[in-house]
Design a protein around this ligand. Structure first.
Ligand code: NDP
Length: 290
């Protein structure tokens, strides 16, 4: 039985994910580095803003930080409850998950890598896809807690497998984002109406999540709302390319897209939404996608 849950890292995703937990559990603790956010969460959702040390005493401890390095650094400082399950929803590095799972097992704590997909709207609606790597018994035990914010929740393999699936997923989105930027720039250069073209493509074989939502809702209307920062996409595509490299695979398409996203991120403000990667193409071509 899960008596208590905690959520560490109330960013764009974590704040919304943790908001679902009080509907399912009596004791929900939250912690954030900027503690005012934890206090705001407690006031808004009847969670308890607690110290990091107290959060580490929950039965299930969620984390959702930018990188695996951030999670490792934080875990190092903590005395975690014996028998607890640490569910890391960060989009992280598979090797880090393997190491944390091994290190924490020695302290009788189970580590699951459980990154999520579905953007902030999915976090808000509790419909995220959760891809989980690690011990299957711990997965089954933590499942009711993950169901608070998850729609499709899958155990995908050993420690690190969840992070690997997430990295490849985001890599595929990055490839598509670059391809859509190039394809629509080409159409505009030939005088085609982009809105009409988009309607056709979204009813045809070239459609994707990028053409269905990112292009119309973020790029063509020039809103670029910050919900998923471009440096985070650069990090994820880097993880995917590293995985391919470790397996000694030749993945030229992934490598080129990763280079493009990396360059776009380096040229942008770090508070830029991932969709603003297209601005790099716009500056090269002098063609604006609107
Ligand atoms: P945000 O930048 O919005 O939030 C980051 C959170 O981590 C904040 O709570 C921040 O605290 C905290 N934090 C940052 N560094 C540290 C640290 N060194 N120690 C402790 N806490 C720290 O990120 P997101 O919520 O967007 O993303 C979180 C993770 O989820 C990332 O791995 C991302 O790739 C992934 N993700 C994001 C999606 C999105 O649409 N945004 C979708 C799916 C996955 P503070 O408030 O103090 O800065």
């Amino acid at each position: 039985m899960i008596q208590s849950v905690a959520f560490i890292g109330l960013g764009a995703m974590g704040y919304r994910m943790a908001a679902h937990l009080p509907q399912h559990f009596d004791t929900v603790m939250v912690w954030n580095r900027n503690f005012a956010k934890a206090e705001q969460h407690a006031a808004e959702y009847a969670t308890h803003a607690v110290s990091l040390e107290a959060a580490a005493q929950a039965d299930i401890i969620f984390s959702c930080l930018p990188t695996s390095a951030d999670v490792e650094q934080l875990i190092q400082t903590l005395d975690i409850k014996k028998g607890a399950i640490w569910v890391d929803c960060t989009s992280g590095v598979p090797d880090s998950a393997k190491k944390l799972a091994q290190d924490l097992a020695e302290k009788d704590v189970t580590f699951l890598d459980a990154p999520v997909s579905g953007q902030t709207i999915g976090a808000e609606n509790g419909t995220l896809t959760v891809m989980v790597g690690g011990d299957i018994k711990a997965f089954e035990k933590a499942l009711p807690a993950m169901q608070a914010f998850g729609g499709l929740i899958k155990h995908v393999g050993e420690s690190g497998a969840g992070f690997a699936v997430k990295a490849v997923n985001n890599m595929l989105m990055a490839v598509n984002l670059c391809a859509v930027a190039e394809g629509f720039t080409t159409l505009k250069a030939h005088g085609v109406d982009l809105t009409e073209a988009l309607d056709c493509i979204n009813a045809s074989s070239g459609k994707s999540m990028v053409t269905e939502t990112v292009l119309p809702q973020r790029i063509l209307n020039r809103s670029f709302p910050l919900t998923f920062a471009l440096p985070l996409l650069a990090k994820d595509s880097g993880i995917a390319v590293d995985l391919a490299r470790e397996a000694k695979l030749s993945t030229p398409v992934l490598s080129i897209a990763q280079n493009m996203i990396q360059a776009a991120s380096a040229l942008s403000d770090k508070e830029s939404d991932f969709s603003s990667a297209v601005k790099m193409y716009e500056s090269w071509s002098k063609i604006t996608l609107e």
